[in-house]
Design a protein around this ligand. Structure first.
Ligand code: PAP
Length: 313
């Protein structure tokens, strides 16, 4: 790590640049571990995203869709476990010191994992196998604000104070967790065009706007489409309700307690801040927003991906 380019980070002391992306030391150790040891099978499913894109929501939705015949809604595991406890973050296996695969746990054939690793740095077995990847992205202005507010709430961690102006300057330089943001998004965007049956690209805002349509589409992509009978019984609506911000954020299991990986301890309630589209307007000036828009336009130019349609508010 000492040989890698390094910058002052805003969620930890330093961030390190590895294979073109920025990581805290803890994340980087996990990425390197995954690259060396993780073996995906074609049955696995991965949820990939940049941090603060709504991963907690998608973990809940994907878990509920994929396991809908195993659990009853009145005793569902999502009522008693935080989504991050049900779906493992690939790069944290290392820090939790969990043997993979865990010999004591009978694994379902299809395993659901979550990762923030950029496409070009994914373990080879994920790329080479035929496993499916759902990529979730979100308006970068809301991603930035969500991350900044999250960091401001980490009162228990000793971080150097950083103004929002300094933080956005770093973000615009590409120095953000698993950033540059645009390279992360573009990596998955391109493969979603190349391998549409393997990589589904989903926008947080679209999911918010039309949850019914996108949850059904997600189930189809995952190879377990809802039957007409399930639709008539209201199963899709039940899943949407179960995984909604209002429901999850008000559960005792998500209001209290912590998650821990190595020495990083985080209160579960901090994964549920506001869950709104366009919160950036309450934190960023118009100039800051315009500046980020200009950078995104320039970086995404010619890709066919834009943050001015469904992602813009
Ligand atoms: P992570 O990278 O730390 O896992 P992630 O879950 O990707 O975070 O993103 C957190 C955002 O998703 C928060 O957004 P906000 O800061 O703008 O409020 C959080 O509130 C939002 N979120 C969490 N759960 C849900 C949900 N069920 N529905 C919609 N948004 C949600």
């Amino acid at each position: 790590m000492s040989t890698l380019p390094k910058e002052l980070g805003w969620t930890s002391d330093h961030m390190y640049q590895y294979q073109g992306f920025w990581y805290t030391s803890m994340n980087l150790e996990g990425v390197m571990w995954a690259q060396q040891h993780f073996k995906a099978t074609h049955l696995d499913v991965f949820l990939a995203s940049t941090p603060k894109s709504g991963t907690t929501w998608l973990k809940a939705l994907m878990f509920a869709i994929m396991n809908r015949t195993r659990f009853d809604f009145s005793t569902h595991p999502l009522l008693t476990s935080n989504p991050h406890e049900l779906v493992t973050l690939l790069e944290f296996y290392f820090h939790w010191n969990i043997p993979y695969p865990n010999p004591n746990t009978p694994l379902p054939k299809t395993q659901l994992f979550q990762t923030h690793i950029p496409f070009t740095s994914l373990p080879e077995s994920i790329v080479d196998s035929q496993c499916r990847i759902l990529y979730l992205c979100r308006n970068p202005k809301d991603v930035f604000v969500s991350m900044y507010c999250f960091k401001e709430n980490l009162t228990d961690i000793n971080l150097a104070p950083l103004s929002i102006e300094e933080a956005i300057e770093q973000f615009c330089k590409g120095v953000s967790l698993f950033g540059p943001f645009w390279d992360h998004v573009l990596g998955y965007w391109k493969v979603s065009l190349e391998w549409p049956e393997r990589v589904l690209f989903l926008k947080y805002e679209d999911l918010k706007r039309d949850s019914l349509f996108h949850v059904k589409r997600l189930a189809e992509f995952l190879g377990c489409p809802f039957s007409l009978e399930e639709e008539k019984e209201g199963i899709v609506h039940e899943i949407i309700k179960l995984c909604s911000f209002e429901n999850l954020s008000n559960l005792k299991v998500n209001k209290t307690g912590v998650l821990q990986a190595r020495d990083f301890i985080i209160e579960k309630k901090k994964f549920f801040q506001k869950g709104e589209v366009g919160d950036w307007k309450n934190h960023l000036t118009t100039e800051m927003g315009d500046c980020l828009n200009r950078i995104m336009d320039q970086k995404l130019d010619g890709s066919g991906l834009t943050f001015h349609d469904s992602l813009e508010t």
